[in-house]
Design a protein around this ligand. Sequence first.
Ligand SMILES: Cc1cc2nc3c(=O)[nH]c(=O)nc-3n(C[C@H](O)[C@H](O)[C@H](O)COP(=O)(O)O)c2cc1C
Length: 319
Amino acid sequence: MTPADRLRQLRLPAFAAPMFLVSSPELVIASSRAGIVGSFPAPNLRTSAELGEWMRQIRAGLAEPATTPWPTAPWALNLVTHSTSLRLPTDLEQVAEHQPPIVITALGSPKPVIPTVHGYGGLVFADVISEDLARKAADAGVDGLVLVCSGAGGHTGELSPLVFVERVRRFFDGYIALAGAINTGEAMLAAQVLGADFAYLGTAFIPALESHASADYRQMLIDCTARDLMVTRAFTGARASMLVPSMQRMGLDPAEIEFKVAKFNFTGRQNEKVKPWTGIWGAGQGVGRVEQAEPAADIIDRLAREYDAARRRTAELCA
Ligand SMILES: Cc1cc2nc3c(=O)[nH]c(=O)nc-3n(C[C@H](O)[C@H](O)[C@H](O)COP(=O)(O)O)c2cc1C
């Protein structure tokens, strides 16, 4: 079965989005087993060899036939294609060996990965924050686009989803995954109503027990709402949506750093003073819906119940 066939059979039209230092092989496996696309970013590993190990683990974890009423969903690898990402050639060798069904590019052109991924029948999605970047990725020949909108966690977008999907659907008829503040089944259905094929959820899965988030990070998500977020370029140079209490916990004054701009560095790993993603934590506006730390399967069950109820209500509305 091709990745496209498998995407048609998802239990729910959703991706558990890749998250730096949060996604784990266990989270990918649990998400795909629960019927949505699981994913992780390559920079979670320090070397291409370690990346190969994670992919091997995921393939082994998903190799057994499903015992669920729905099929196991395909999984995705997220590759940073920014020019500062020197590891791309060796990461691509691992991709050719382990053949992730879907590769999602971010922070750069999808062009360098397309021949390898299409070569084994995989799908390429490009993560974009503007109509221009969406057009460039479409012209490069991607199969899908991830439209990152305002309210998204991590490196965030500025466009409203109400506008972004409509603009991109004018010139792109491939897959669209919509990202930004989606943490309910109702919002997932809304993404489809707008013209997207999938919802792309990050923040919803940080509290999953299989994630690599610390207990303090999970608790902060439970305690916070959207008003506790700040979008700033201070940490990585790109606009990132971060939790203000995590800054205060590190002794930083949010008012002082809000408008600072760091030199672009997508992980912030080289920055000695502030440590985005480890000490300063990211989240999107869906954070208010985080109520507890629980297995990914339970989060997906909750989303499935809400999605079904929303579909029933919508059917009544349309009747
Ligand atoms: C803590 C955190 C880390 C993230 N790291 C990455 C990453 O490494 N690569 C990437 O493409 N997107 C990353 N994202 C963005 C997500 O993949 C996704 O686009 C976003 O979380 C969707 O918005 P939501 O959090 O409101 O659901 C990250 C998001 C968060 C919250």
